[in-house]
Design a protein around this ligand. Structure first.
Ligand code: P6P
Length: 338
């Protein structure tokens, strides 16, 4: 009996939907609501990437003119990306509250479904100031379970939870390809969008951050205002204190700078500076999802005093210093800070 040779010699592609459903099987009796929620995020990011990819061709570049809650001029793609995330997530009855970098207050979903059990926090298009110069940008997201007793009167209660309460977190980096990286707390997996079929396909299974890298990433223009431990640490890297020399890479787009750190190892830092005494990055929708991914991949993330994931938020848009990276560099930095 001659076995039929398979047409496709390569292993079968697993799409993110299949992967989520496989993961769901670990929880007998799972309702599938969470998987359906994640599919809203994958759909929204496919819409966003389509606009990002054609930004130069259609009238979507440039500022939208309105100032957002951060006091930043909203780029048109920011507005589109925010609408896409809200539209896709609002159609999921399991989602009760949304918080976005682009909205001053959290949004209560109009369905007010008593069965809503999740809140989603996101930055629809992080690094958007880079859009007009064709530098990679990204979407970040963080998913919380509705706290016991939380109702729709107090949406802040749904989202002002420490990062260690995230049930899922991730990002999409719109770079040379569109890659979605996410975790549900049992490892980190990456999926590359196959434009031919419009599906995210598993490309980086069980991602692990190298224990040491050869690159540090910080905006050295602010070095004169860094707290002393940051400058001393960077100098130690330059002096080969960790066993080899380091190169510097800084894109100015958090998701892109972190994605490189996840893949290659090393350390990313956004310290306090003259303009931002608490650092520029936001805890809820930048530091928290990045920190969960980093820790799930074997790395670490602190604000120089404590784990990012242990910080109890007091405001949706609060900022924090972010130091995230490989075990060895992070241990060396933390030792310096003591
Ligand atoms: P700076 C983009 O505006 C962003 O919020 C992050 O994506 C990025 O890491 C940071 O700001 C860059 O800030 O001050 O170095 O330009």
């Amino acid at each position: 009996m001659i076995h039929q040779k398979f047409i496709f010699e390569t292993p079968a592609s697993i799409t993110i939907q299949q992967h989520i459903l496989q993961d769901q099987q670990r929880f007998p009796g799972a309702s599938g609501e969470f998987s359906f929620l994640l599919s809203a995020i994958t759909l929204a990011t496919k819409k966003i990437q389509a606009k990002v990819r054609s930004a130069g061709l259609i009238d979507i570049l440039g500022a939208h003119g309105v100032e957002n809650v951060q006091g930043e001029i909203q780029q048109k793609l920011d507005v589109y990306a925010n609408e896409a995330m809200i539209h896709c997530l609002a159609s999921r009855p399991s989602v009760g509250v949304l918080a976005s970098e682009e909205n001053e207050q959290p949004l209560v979903m109009p369905h007010l479904s008593p069965s809503a059990k999740y809140a989603v926090v996101f930055d629809p298009l992080d690094g958007s100031s880079n859009i007009d110069v064709n530098v990679s940008v990204g979407t970040t997201f963080s998913i919380f379970r509705r706290p016991d007793g939380a109702d729709f009167e107090d949406p802040n209660a749904w989202v002002l939870q420490p990062g260690n309460k995230q049930i899922s977190a991730g990002y999409v980096v719109y770079g040379s390809s569109t890659v979605m990286v996410y975790t549900v707390g049992n490892g980190v997996h990456g999926f590359t969008l196959d434009p031919n079929v419009g599906a995210y396909v598993l490309s980086h299974e069980n991602m692990k951050m190298p224990e040491q890298g050869s690159c540090y990433s910080v905006n050295e223009a602010y070095a004169n205002n860094f707290p002393p431990e940051y400058g001393a640490f960077i100098q130690s890297l330059r002096d080969g204190a960790l066993g080899h020399s380091y190169k510097s890479r800084y894109i100015g787009s958090l998701v892109a700078d972190f994605h490189r750190t996840l893949l290659r190892g090393g350390i990313f830092m956004y310290p306090p500076n003259k303009t931002h005494s608490e650092g520029k990055l936001r805890l809820l929708y930048e530091a928290n999802p990045i920190a969960m991914i980093a820790e799930q991949a074997g790395g670490r993330a602190t604000d120089s005093n404590q784990r990012i994931l242990d910080i109890k938020p007091t405001g949706v848009h609060q900022r924090c210093p972010l130091i995230v990276g490989s075990k060895l560099e992070m241990e060396a930095f933390e030792k310096l800070c003591q």
